[in-house]
Design a protein around this ligand. Structure first.
Ligand code: HEM
Length: 204
């Protein structure tokens, strides 16, 4: 596959949208399943799917980070001020950090009783029991609040992207979609790219 100028790679785009869908889905299911009673048909199956999708998300996060460190990001758009560039860099970093800790706390909740996590009945991620007292409760509280934080930030991030698209009418959203953006002018003042002379993220 040819490298594309001024756009995220196909793998990055696919991972971004797939993970976004999974995150909103996991949040919805997580919010709903904590109130299920023992008599609900979903009492056991909902947590099973929540955990299974969560582990798949963790694997995708590792792939995403590997792609992120291997490839250069496209340069920021010329129309983005330095403040906007820094704010989006901070937001993206924070989204990754929150996601990482949500995955870790989810694992700590599920494995506190020494049991492993069955992923779609495909394989089991081993559990190592408690690393600290009241692990399930403490990790559970953190997991919940980190998830609220992630969703709030993701909504803010999405609103920012929509504002760029509909109000500023720039190429921000198009570069994360499968639209042609080769001609969008990019900034020379790069905070987002690791290469200051080339705005190309190589396709992987
Ligand atoms: C849970 C949901 C989401 C998460 C966790 C998330 C996370 C991220 C991250 C980490 C990046 C930086 C990509 C990188 O350089 O590695 C990014 C970029 C981007 N996201 Fe999202 N995102 C989410 C949902 C959305 C939604 C709903 C939209 C649009 C409505 C959106 C639009 C964009 C755009 C346009 C970029 C590129 C920004 C730029 O080039 O500066 N994202 N997202």
């Amino acid at each position: 596959m040819q490298p594309t100028d001024n756009s995220y790679s196909a793998v990055s785009k696919l991972l971004h949208w797939l993970m976004a869908l999974m995150i909103f889905g996991l949040f919805g299911v997580g919010f709903w399943m904590v109130d299920l009673t023992y008599y609900s048909a979903w009492y056991k199956t909902a947590p099973h799917y929540h955990k299974s999708v969560g582990i798949v998300l963790a694997v995708l996060l590792l792939v995403r980070l590997a792609v992120f460190f291997k490839n250069r990001k496209p340069a920021p758009l010329a129309s983005h001020s330095l403040l906007v560039q820094r704010a989006s860099k901070l937001t993206h970093g924070l989204l990754y950090v929150l996601l990482f800790f949500i995955v870790v706390t989810g694992y700590l909740i599920s494995t506190a009783d020494n049991r492993g996590i069955e992923v779609f009945n495909w394989f089991v991620v081993p559990g190592f029991g408690e690393f600290f007292g009241q692990q399930a409760d403490r990790a559970g509280l953190l997991h919940q609040w980190l998830a609220y934080g992630l969703i709030a930030l993701a909504v803010l991030h999405a609103l920012g992207a929509l504002k760029h698209h509909f109000i500023d009418k720039d190429a921000t959203l198009k570069r994360m979609w499968w639209s042609k953006t080769d001609n969008a002018p990019v900034s020379k003042n790069l905070t987002g790219s690791t290469d200051l002379t080339n705005s190309t993220e190589e396709n992987s």
